[in-house]
Design a protein around this ligand. Structure first.
Ligand code: 3PG
Length: 212
């Protein structure tokens, strides 16, 4: 477990913001990922919410130099395994099930499991998880809620995701228990649809420059 935690930390420390992508057309995956990497966002989470997602992960993993492809919205063991097979170097889930924990413990690829309450965090700590996704961050209570967990649940680090943007990212990044945030704002659908890769690189660079 310690190895996998190290691996996960090394990915999440690459940048303050992990882009969360919903890719409808696998053909956009490579230029989109290149645009994000050019702006300084190397670790990229592609969510398994579309039929194109696994192909998109495969393409980014194989073709985009400097990118670290990860998979998000992993809900079960089958998706975990498919995402790893496609080349994901990290796996993200919105919450946690025993099935998912079993799939993760059988794999060398690290899981960033979702949690939103003290009890969920405690259950994952008991399983050896030190780095968690706090989801849905804004809706569950935001930065002040997460700050309130930092003292009683010291030692657990979070990547909050859900409702985060350039405007509120710093509120999270300044907390002692936040390693990075996740968000979709760096890859707006309209910019992807019109192939405005320079626009996405600009958003990525702004996000990459955020500090706590
Ligand atoms: C998600 O699951 O969609 C991510 O948490 C991203 O959320 P966002 O679209 O609010 O950034």
């Amino acid at each position: 477990m310690a190895d996998k935690t190290e691996k996960l930390l090394s990915v999440l420390k690459l940048q303050p913001v992990v882009p969360v992508l919903i890719i409808d057309d696998a053909a956009t995956a490579v230029p989109l990922a290149r645009a994000l990497v050019a702006g300084g966002l190397k670790a990229i989470e592609i969510t398994l919410r579309t039929p194109a997602a696994l192909e998109a992960i495969r393409l980014v993993a194989n073709e985009v130099e400097g990118a670290v492809a990860g998979a998000g919205t992993i809900l079960n063991a089958a998706q975990f395994d498919q995402a790893v097979e496609a080349g994901s170097q990290f796996i993200v889930s919105p919450g946690t099930t025993q099935e998912l924990l079993d799939a993760a413990s059988a794999s060398s690829v690290p899981l960033l499991p979702g949690a939103a309450t003290a009890s969920e965090v405690m259950a994952l700590r008991d399983e050896g998880y030190e780095v968690l996704k706090f989801f849905p961050a804004e809706q569950a209570g935001g930065a002040s809620y997460l700050k309130a967990l930092s003292s009683p649940l010291a030692g657990t680090l979070f990547c909050p995701t859900g409702g985060i943007s350039l405007a509120n990212a710093k509120d999270y990044l300044s907390l002692p228990n936040v390693i990075c945030v996740g968000g979709s704002w760096v890859a707006p659908k309209e910019l992807v649809a019109r192939g405005d890769w320079a626009g996405i690189t600009k958003l990525a660079a702004e996000a990459a420059g955020l500090k706590g």
